[in-house]
Every structure is written in C-alpha cells, then in structure tokens.
Design a protein around this ligand. Sequence first.
Ligand SMILES: Cc1ncc(COP(=O)(O)O)c(C=O)c1O
Length: 453
Amino acid sequence: MDTIKYTLSENQIPQSWYNIQADLPTPMAPVLHPGTYQPITAKDLEPLFPAALISQEVTTERWIEIPEEVQSIYRQWRPTPLYRARRLEEALDTPAKIYYKYEGVSPAGSHKPNTAIPQAYYNKQAGVKRLITETGAGQWGSSLAVAGAFFGLEVVVYMVKVSYRQKPYRRAFMESFGARVIASPSDETQAGRKILQENPDSTGSLGIAISEAVEVAVQDEQTKYSLGSVLNHVLHHQTVIGQEALTQLEQAGDYPDIIVGCTGGGSNFAGIAFPFMGAKLRGEQSDIKFVAVEPAACPTLTKGKYTYDFGDTAHLTPLVKMYTLGSTFVPQGIHAGGLRYHGMAPLLSHVVDLGLIETRAFTQLDCFASGLTFARSEGILPAPEANHAVKGAIDEALRCKEEGVSKTILFNLCGHGHFDMQAYMDYQAGLLRDTEYSAEEIAMALSGLPVIR
Ligand SMILES: Cc1ncc(COP(=O)(O)O)c(C=O)c1O
C-alpha cells in the first residue's frame, strides 16, 4: 500500500524548541535601541515582553524546553500530518517525490498557534492581563485570540485595513474568541492618526499596525505586546514543524534534497527549514537546497537591502539588522496579506546573508494558479501565502521532470485558505492583477533608512 499520510502519536511532539544560532558559524548583529542606537538590554524590552520570552529572544542555547502546559495544548492539533503528494506528483507527471507538512489543521488554520500558545502562556505566568498585537491576513490575530481564550487573557488586535475589508470572517473568528479587532490605521493611537492625516485612504500595512500595537502596549503595565513572526523566539517556537517532519521523513525512509517555504516575516520557513539546516551545519546530514519564496509585490529578500531598520513605520521598535524594503514601504493590497511586511526576521536574514538559502519572488496570479493545481490534486485549498510555497515546490518538481532526475522535495503548507474565498472568487473571475513592486516607492522608502555610525 502506498502511504499518503505520515502521522505521529501525541507523545512524539518535540520536547524542546530548536535555536539555530547555536550551530551558525557567526553570531547575529546586535539589536539597537531606537533612541540611542546602542545595543539594547533586556530591561529595554521589559515594557513589551515578559522575562521568559526576553530570555528566549537573546539566548544562544541550542534547545529551549517546551513547558508541559504548552505541550498539552499543542496536543489539541499536533503532531500535524506529513503528506506524500502522490496525486500532485501524478498530475505533474514528475519523477520527483513531493512531501508537504500540513499546518492548516491547527485551531486558526495555520502555523501561527505554535507561537501564540507559548506567548500567551509566558505572559499569563508573568501576571499580564492583556495582549495587544497586529495582524495582516488575520491568521496571527486568530491564533492569539484562541490562545487568549485558553489562558484567560484579553486580546486586542490591530488588523491591517485592507485585510479587515477583504476578510470579514477572520474578524468574526477573532471576535468569537473574545478578541477586540480594530482596523489599522485607526484614530485610537497617535501613530494611526498621523498616518490618516497624511493619507486618509491608507489601506494600512503591518509596519503601521505594529506601531499602533506597540504604542498602546508601552502605556499600560498590565498589557504586553505580542508579535506573530520576525523575532527570534517566534522562529524558535515554529521549529516544532521541522522537528516533526524529520521524524516523519525517517518513517517514510526519505530525506529531502530541497525544502521550500513562503516568507512573510520568516517564521514558518524557519520552522520547517532550521532543524534540517542545523543537521546540515553540524555535519550530521547531507546537503539540502533551501528555497524561500516571497511575493513579487513585496520582494524583501530578493530586492531589499540587508541593513539596520525599524520593525515598524512610526519607529517605536528597536532597530534590527535585516533584509528590508524600508519601514515606510506600503506594499500593494495583494491577497497574501501575511506576506506584506517590509522586513524579514533578523535570524533568517542572517542565514540568507550567510548564503545558506536561495530566494525567489513570484506574482500572485502564478501563485493562485499553482494553488488550484495543488487543490484539485490533493483536496486542500491553500492560504494565498502558502500558494507561494506550492508554486516554489511545483517549479522544482517540473525542473526534475525536465532534467529527468528524481529529487525529494519537502514544502510547508503553512495554512488553509478557507477564509480566503473572496480571493479565490476574484481570481476565478479574472479580477486579480499582478502588481509588481514599484521601484520608485522602494527607493523612496529605502532613502529613509536610519544612519547607524
Ligand atoms: C498562512 C500564512 N502563511 C505565512 C505567513 C507569513 O508569516 P511567516 O513568514 O512568519 O510564516 C502568514 C502571516 O500572517 C500566514 O498567515
């Protein structure tokens, strides 16, 4: 019998999160204070995060133990299945073997609860009452709303206005779990009011929504800020994906030649890739080609600059060294809302700078076409973000066909698209356009980069 799904039992959930810094040849650049441009201290981060998460943010230890209470909630949906995409392989008529890890089985429909649950847990332990955050696609806000309900924390979400309008059911989902959702830019914060004054029709961006959330969080001791990607601790939390995939591929008697993931802030890609990359860096496993895929409308890794920049538009966050399009860059309103971020995780940026990853940018029409090819073979409709990984994997499989070689491809199907039906309706009706990035806009946003001496 040809196995389709490789599943693990609940006691095979990883016991620790993996931190790739322990295996990298050079350390990351320091994080700088937004006022002084000097390296920040743990104390500087205290208004935003609880001590446990700050220590995970700065540690270079290889393993971070997952608390039992977090593991027990992970068991609601983890381990997630690893699929062998036999029907897709057949449809593509490729000699390649394609596997995908499916994170859409989580309560919110994506990988985001992998970090929402521990973030809520550590905040609850620290006596925090309210969590405040931003969301692009709504996947992250939904995840934190669920986590808040589990731990009895209030949750407030600034949702990028274009997504707020495109996805009313994501908002309803968050509200069902008790969260308050505000369209960003809003008139509830200084940062939001300033943007609205300059551009009353602003459709928002993750950079703006982060500014609003951070501004509110620092003003109230009972409130902390929570981020769904980009930060080191978020990337560590996501490594449960790759660790499980390693065990599942062992079950399948296989090992990947190529790993593909989409990148918005970098967390799902790091989650699937870093455990494999660590094995390669430690010399325990053979070489793998890692492919990070982003939208052509927000080409952070392929067209951005590797330099210090702010994580948000109002410049309230620390400065990090990362690939960036400039903190004032507002990407076009493409449907992959979760990939519309001007920056990239500093840890992933560092790894890209070390030459360990290949990067690609695809337009949204090509990604939706690949998403439908995948859906019609495998029966799962991917999130528009995940379609970027699907296209990356299909391209690799077709290259194998052209070259007549059988490679093993693993990709992360990081979420389902059940809340993205408007996007699919628009695509099928021929209403979506490919919006290339604007070189002028990027040049303008990059000209405002901070000067670090
Ligand atoms: C389904 C999905 N995939 C990917 C992303 C991008 O985030 P990251 O690159 O951190 O995984 C998002 C972000 O909202 C998302 O919702």
